[in-house]
Design a protein around this ligand. Structure first.
Ligand SMILES: *Cc1c(COP(=O)(O)O)cnc(C)c1O
Length: 359
């Protein structure tokens, strides 16, 4: 069996152990004689699978009973509209930080529903920095503050949570589960699953229960978090297989030692890669040092004409999906939880050989 190193930004690598278990259970789930994909979402088996996934996630992230955990669909992008609809109330305005392509999309969508105040933007540095807190232009009567703790495309990460008096909403699609966070610093956390949780098709929303039940009356039922919470994420047919697989990933994370163990490994992986890039004289990462993402590492080659041959040779060496996002160019290595340290070591060794051959 061949397994390459997969540096895709999303859908991203999944732990081999998880895929092995899922394939072993594919045709006959625990002696029931059918696949988990073929079961009713009202069956006890699926209800148990959902409950167990939720419990494991609560343990991993230390999520108290004050929060609801929702397993939804539509991707993080659907939440770009669900957020204003659920939270705007009669305030009608919200603060957004603009630190990259995903912030921009969230802002564009929110503008359909609320007055968006872009409290700070790093567009003038081509999204390679995080604007200093002192420069943020916050509104004390905003319905909420939205930000993107990790910009998947630009490779920019916040390591501090904004301290404000309004609800804090975080798009954690590409950083969730990569390190411990204090859940109480947040009011809403959301994430598409396909980066660091499981397969595409599942969207996770963690929301303070006190914020539920105030959705705008015109909110589509499927976007109303209160309805999802009341129905244990089963108002309609949920993405059962994706939740099952996410549950296996949660168990895998617990077996690795939980999020502090993952944080240590992830910090080591990222440091090695940035250290090599910085001293190579051949590769470069444009992001200010203190805001460099632990999960998504964009880098350019000294000569962009070499991009194509770099990617061809990387592919041939079993290092896949290193092409950067079209808006940034160059390369990007996404090194999520399921990308083992060995993959980063092999990537660095490849980059060294390539630099020697083409410098
Ligand atoms: C991938 C990504 C999205 C979009 O997710 P979908 O599930 O495809 O809608 C949004 N925000 C961030 C930070 C992402 O990385």
């Amino acid at each position: 069996m061949k397994r390459v190193h997969n540096f895709c930004a999303g859908p991203a690598a999944l732990p081999t152990e998880v895929l092995k278990q899922a394939s072993a259970e594919m045709l006959d789930w625990h002696g029931e004689g059918l696949s988990i994909m073929e079961m009713s979402h009202r069956s006890k088996t699926i209800v148990d699978v959902f409950n167990e996934a939720e419990q494991d996630l609560r343990e991993l992230m230390n999520i108290s009973d004050d929060y609801a955990v929702l397993f939804l669909q539509g991707g993080a992008s659907t939440q770009f509209s669900a957020i204003p609809l659920n939270l705007m109330g009669d305030k009608g305005k919200a603060d957004y930080l603009n630190t990259g392509q995903w912030s921009k999309k969230a802002i564009k969508e929110a503008k359909k529903f609320v007055d968006v105040n872009v409290a700070a933007s790093s567009e003038d540095t081509n999204f390679t920095t995080i604007p200093p807190v002192e420069s943020w232009n916050l509104q004390s009567d905003a319905a909420y503050l939205h930000y993107t703790p990790n910009e998947t495309i630009g490779g920019v990460e916040f390591f501090d949570v904004p301290k404000v008096d309004v609800p804090v909403v975080a798009d954690m699609s590409s950083t969730i589960l990569s390190r411990p966070i204090n859940i109480n610093d947040f009011d809403v956390i959301y994430a598409g699953a396909q980066k660091n949780i499981g397969p595409a098709g599942l969207t996770l929303v963690i929301v303070k229960k006190s914020l539920l039940g105030n959705a705008d009356p015109k909110t589509p039922t499927m976007l109303d978090w209160g309805v999802a919470a009341e129905n244990d994420s089963m108002y309609n047919t949920p993405p059962t297989y994706s939740v099952y697989l996410a549950g296996l990933v949660f168990k895998w994370l617990k077996a690795q030692g939980g999020l502090s163990a993952m944080a240590e490994i992830n910090a080591r992986k990222a440091k090695k890669l940035y250290d090599y890039i910085d001293q190579s004289g051949f590769y470069a990462n444009p992001v200010e040092v203190q805001s460099r993402s632990l999960m998504n590492v964009p880098f350019t080659l000294k000569n962009a004409e070499l991009d194509k041959v770099f990617l061809e040779k990387a592919d041939a060496a079993g290092l896949l999906n290193l092409k950067g996002h079209r808006s940034v160019g160059g390369m990007r290595a996404s090194i999520y939880n399921a990308v083992p340290e060995q993959a980063v070591d092999d990537l660095i060794a490849f980059m060294k050989d390539f630099a020697n051959a083409y410098a």
